[in-house]
Design a protein around this ligand. Structure first.
Ligand code: A2H
Length: 253
């Protein structure tokens, strides 16, 4: 948050009912994990959502029917952006931690997979966006390495109570062709740079910069109804489609 406000697209990832006991109080509402992204055109390639296990979250009333799960700070920002049942005042129905959210089955807009799951990632920041991140391992080095860690380390899954079936069936989906790194650009750069894990911060930040440039400015869509279009052109089309369909909202901070 600085002088220049960042405008995100909040993707409404619907929690499939019946809800687990921790979320029982929300039964009857439409409940979403609200994920902040700068890359709405990548939503086809979602394989899961990310939460910070020790992060603090809440279930906030957006209107009479809809509830968003996100951080308190982002709920406050949304309330000032007319997204709160009570104007300018966030109403928390339920306090939650990231641990409570791990394993939730989700239906997310445009995703190739019908159902995806909420999983732990250590690099999620709770003071940025909503503290919920949608995972696209084809095009995000952070997402790729975090999913790779969960897939390759049974002990890591066990530590957070992550079931095999929430992780192992999910393959990387090629959605964008990158001029230099192909259609699984995040995997390619992580392999080339010999990135070891999601904690390899410096290398991951460097990888992100490289991939982002070529992918966003010179990439071509290879999946979905805008296949063949440049990523830059597809982005606004897909974003508007999500907003008009009620599957996403605008969020600035
Ligand atoms: B992006 P900026 Cl495919 N903690 O979405 C950590 N990361 C977060 C976050 C948080 N609280 N909130 C959002 N993000 C991620 C897709 C994506 C993203 C792709 C490629 C690049 C990319 C799928 N994950 O971002 O620091 C989200 O990941 C690279 C710019 O505000 C969000 O967009 O510039 C991005 O970081 C926002 O980063």
């Amino acid at each position: 948050e600085g002088v220049n406000p960042q405008e995100y697209t909040l993707i409404k990832m619907e929690v499939v009912s019946p809800f687990p006991p921790k979320l029982g109080a929300l039964e009857g509402k439409k409940v979403y994990l609200a994920a902040a992204t700068l890359r709405p055109e990548t939503m086809y390639g979602q394989t899961n959502a990310w939460v910070l296990p020790d992060g603090k979250y809440g279930a906030f009333e957006i209107n009479e029917e809809e509830v968003f799960i996100l951080t308190e700070k982002s709920a406050r920002n949304l309330a000032y952006q007319r997204l709160s049942r009570v104007p300018q005042k966030p109403t928390c129905m339920l306090e939650l931690t990231g641990h409570d959210l791990i394993g939730l089955p989700l239906k997310s807009p445009l995703a190739f997979n019908d159902i995806i799951y909420s999983l732990p990632m250590m690099s999620v920041l709770t003071d940025k966006g909503t503290g919920i991140v949608t995972s696209v391992p084809s095009d995000s080095p952070d997402d790729f390495m975090a999913l790779h860690d969960l897939k390759s380390k049974p002990a890591f899954r066990a530590k957070f109570g992550v079931k095999d079936e929430w992780v192992l069936p999910f393959e990387i989906i090629p959605i964008i062709s990158h001029p230099d790194f192909g259609d699984k650009s995040a995997e390619k750069i992580c392999t080339d740079m010999k990135i070891q894990s999601q904690n390899d911060r410096e290398k991951l930040d460097a990888a992100k910069k490289i991939i982002y440039k070529g992918g966003f400015y010179e990439g071509t869509m290879v999946f979905g109804e805008h296949a063949g279009l440049k990523v830059q052109e597809a982005k606004s089309l897909i974003r508007n489609q999500l907003l008009e369909g009620g599957q996403a909202v605008i969020y600035s901070e």
